[in-house]
Design a protein around this ligand. Structure first.
Ligand code: ADP
Ligand code: MG
Length: 331
């Protein structure tokens, strides 16, 4: 396996099943795909950098899975059907064992959600995986961040904070080992993009975002874009058994609200659409959970209640900032 062409041929060109709308796939200067009539194209990109988003202990299969899953999560948040994947891969060297596992993880997720890898670029350098995913949706039906209105109900698609808890435990921030570690690490390494839910929310959700930086940080994007505030009922936050058995109630709330890497959807639904949401999501294994309500903007953009009473949480500064340690250019 001497060069990039062999890598492409061996690991990325072979796919069990290609979408029929891929006119030209891997092998030419560009890929050609057929968008359905009356549909719009949605394009998202996410990068995973070794040392930032994963480390040397992360299984290659997980890196392959996650680089696709995080992009499908963005497509889900837009309400799009995932279709086509492009992969820009930068490798420090040719490690066949690593590549084999990485490609297996990547193809598995693509296969499961019916996406086809249509191209990319392969270069040498520090291990970096950039994926661009494209999806389509009926014209005008994209879910955006700016449509939430006071009175809308606030939902999340599943348990929050597990990935962050997994990271804390693996980095030994807790004195005793958790019996739930394996399950938690699965949530960190193999996130499930809420692809079916995202598409079901078209015409139902007034705003939607995926939770990659922590619920509060991501909800804040909806609130700013929509010019509204929100009230969260802490006792309704979906917490896994692993979470409630590992952390105190207060710590579990903070973890669920601020930890990143969950890849659940956070969305708002108008009162008159609640019935439709129930009907449309009845078939899903994981039904969305109502955690609060959108309010008129006030001095505090997000307020909390616990069992009906106002509640004050002491929160650390939330959200990961990639440029936090870089000083601003004084000029
Ligand atoms: P060019 O020099 O014309 O940019 P490349 O030699 O980089 O083409 O790539 C050859 C073909 O292989 C192209 O179709 C490209 O999209 C595809 N390709 C390159 N790297 C990858 C990759 N990591 N995964 C999937 N397809 C890839
Ligand atoms: Mg190229």
């Amino acid at each position: 396996m001497q060069n990039e062409f062999n890598i492409i041929e061996h690991y990325f060109k072979r796919q069990e099943k290609q979408r029929s709308d891929v006119v030209i796939g891997i092998g030419d200067d560009g890929a050609v795909t057929q968008v359905q009539p009356e549909h719009q194209l949605v394009t998202v990109t996410d990068t995973l950098v070794e040392g930032v988003h994963f480390d040397q202990t992360t299984p290659a299969r997980a890196v392959g899975h996650k680089c696709i899953a995080v992009n499908l999560s963005d497509l889900a948040a837009m309400g799009a059907e995932p279709c086509w994947i492009s992969l820009a891969l930068t490798l420090p060297d040719i490690d066949e064992l690593w590549l084999n596992e990485f490609a297996a993880g990547l193809h598995e997720v693509c296969q499961y959600y019916g996406c086809t890898l249509i191209g990319g670029d392969t270069t040498r350098g520090p291990l970096t995986v950039t994926v661009t995913a494209q999806g389509q949706l009926p014209t005008g039906s994209a879910l955006t961040r700016d449509g939430a209105k006071a009175g809308d109900w606030l939902y999340v698609s599943g348990p929050l904070g597990d990935a962050g808890l997994a990271l804390d435990i693996t980095q030994q921030r807790y004195p005793k080992a958790s019996p739930h570690l394996q399950k938690l690490v699965e949530r960190l390494h193999y996130p499930t993009p809420r692809v079916a839910l995202g598409q079901s929310l078209r015409g139902v959700a007034s705003a939607c975002i995926d939770v990659s930086d922590g619920l509060l940080a991501d909800l804040q994007h909806i609130l700013s874009a929509s010019g509204v505030g929100a009230e969260i009922e802490l006792d309704r936050l979906p917490l896994s058994l692993a979470m409630t058995e590992t952390l105190s109630q207060e710590d579990a709330f903070v973890k669920a609200l601020t930890a990143g890497d969950d890849y659940e959807l956070c969305f708002t639904v108008e009162e008159s659409n609640r019935g439709r949401l129930e009907t449309l999501t009845a078939h899903l294994k994981n039904r969305p959970i109502c955690i609060g309500r959108i309010q008129k903007v006030a001095s505090e953009p997000i307020t909390f209640k616990l069992f009906g009473e106002e509640y004050t949480l002491s929160l650390p500064r939330s959200g990961y900032n990639h440029f936090a340690n870089i000083e601003a250019d004084p000029s």
